[in-house]
Design a protein around this ligand. Structure first.
Ligand SMILES: [Zn+2]
Ligand SMILES: [Zn+2]
Length: 445
């Protein structure tokens, strides 16, 4: 905690400042929230009209008058085009502000859920609000900035770095961010036991991880009587992948605590759970719209998510389509939050399996097995398509002698226009990033 303060002083970070602001924003009425959004959107666009080559040109060409009064923030956004990774890549040199101080910018890279490698710049302000949004979520559940967390993620950065970089990463994690990192890129039973030992030993208040990894650990703990016992843990936090209700039940049972969902992305910290287990969009740091299948854009509904990040001024995300399919609901939440509800999230909208001319969405592909009787007999599965007329279903069985005729029929029915090949394997490796991909499509459209 001391180090965190020191860093704030030295590097000009304002996470605590932002956090206090964000915590008080949760008490906003709808009107106060609207006023906050209106003020910050106008500030952002006025800044872009002076400093950003792409948007200053756009605003000039369309003769957009930002000084006039608008009904709502959505009326202002309606004047601007939808963007995505491709638009930004095509206009890359025009995307950064003129006269920038590069000290305040950080170059980050990601592949996101759309799988397109992408480099972007993050300003200090955007980064601080992003970090503060994460801590606000934790704050809802009594977890403080100074509390230690075990991250079941990847050591990939550390593995490929030089000795000194590695040291810097480790010091940063342990002493500044109060984070212990455990690599889960290849989970063996021996490793799971090691992780459980670590969980039981550490003075941590939360465990963060990919749902698939958390589930494997939880499942192992329960079925092998190798219990997780750490009463200090206040919550398990899911990140990076979606999870099924069944996975959630197992994780809750094994860790004997509550679970929280976080939805974090390059453009910002998008959403997180509330006290009554609904997901709320962080509407005070970004504006959210949905692009419906008919091409119209609404503040509510089901479609592709569009994000306008209010504090990313030097590398803007305006009506940015991140590739996820969501549903934003109009219903009010019992918890009293003024923020819109994210009632559905399908994080891999660009991943489909082609069943002849039919596209089977990711969520459907993965729905079958976990909802069948085979869910207890299969340890892991993965669906991969390399050619349009066939698909591979890869399965790791708990017991190699299991009769899988029923399971095979299930998938032959789902993919009834193509040939289905079953591969029974000992393990399915994770991606290099540590994420587990349950559906992979290598077919070019
Ligand atoms: Zn959940
Ligand atoms: Zn709520």
């Amino acid at each position: 905690m001391l180090f965190f303060r020191l860093r704030e002083l030295c590097k000009g970070e304002h996470v605590e400042c932002c956090l206090n602001q964000l915590i008080s924003n949760e008490l906003f009425t709808k009107e106060q929230l609207n006023a906050w959004q209106y003020k910050h959107l106008k500030e952002l666009l006025l800044y872009l009209s002076c400093n950003n080559p792409y948007y200053s040109r756009y605003i000039k060409e369309r003769e957009i008058d930002l000084q006039k009064n608008f009904e709502s923030v959505y009326d202002i956004l309606a004047l601007f085009p939808v963007t995505d990774k491709k638009v930004i890549k095509d206009n890359y040199t025009d995307w950064l502000s003129n006269h920038l101080s590069y000290d305040n910018l950080q170059l980050c890279s990601t592949s996101g859920s759309s799988g397109i490698p992408f480099k972007f710049y993050q300003s200090a302000l955007a980064r601080d609000y992003k970090t503060a949004s994460k801590y606000r979520l934790y704050h809802r559940f009594g977890i403080k900035i100074s509390d230690y967390q075990l991250c079941l993620g990847t050591n990939y950065d550390s593995k490929v770095s030089s000795f000194f970089q590695k040291m810097k990463i480790n010091v940063n994690n342990k002493y500044i961010n109060h984070r212990y990192i455990t690599d889960v890129s290849c989970l063996s039973f021996a490793m799971i036991r090691e992780i459980i030992d670590t969980i039981n030993k550490l003075d941590i208040k939360s465990v963060w991880g990919y749902p698939s990894a958390l589930f494997e650990i939880a499942n192992y703990a329960l079925s092998n009587n190798y219990p997780i016992i750490n009463k200090r843990i206040k919550a398990v936090i899911y990140s990076g992948e979606s999870h099924t209700p069944y996975m959630d039940t197992i994780v809750k049972k094994a860790f004997n605590t509550i679970t929280i969902d976080e939805y974090n992305s390059v453009e910002g910290f998008i959403a997180g759970s509330c006290k009554v287990d609904n997901m709320h969009l962080n509407e005070d740091t970004a504006l959210y719209e949905v692009l419906l299948p008919d091409g119209s854009i609404r503040a509510y509904g089901k479609g592709e998510l569009l994000i306008t990040s209010l504090f990313a001024k030097d590398f803007p995300f305006i009506r940015y389509k991140n590739g996820d399919i969501v549903e934003i609901a109009e219903t009010k939440c019992e918890c009293g939050s003024p923020f819109k509800l994210l009632s559905h999230l399908d994080g891999r909208s660009s991943c489909f399996i082609y069943n002849g001319s039919i596209k089977v969405p990711h969520a459907v592909c993965t729905h079958y097995l976990p909802h069948s009787d085979y869910r207890t007999k299969v340890d892991k599965f993965q669906i991969e398509q390399n050619e349009k007329d066939s698909v591979i279903v890869r399965i790791v069985l708990k017991d190699r002698n299991t009769d899988c005729a029923g399971l095979e029929n299930l998938y032959r029915e789902l993919f009834n226009n193509i040939s289905v090949c079953f591969e029974y394997v000992d393990d399915i490796p994770r991606e290099r990033s540590g994420k587990f991909k349950d559906v992979i499509n290598n077919v070019k459209e």
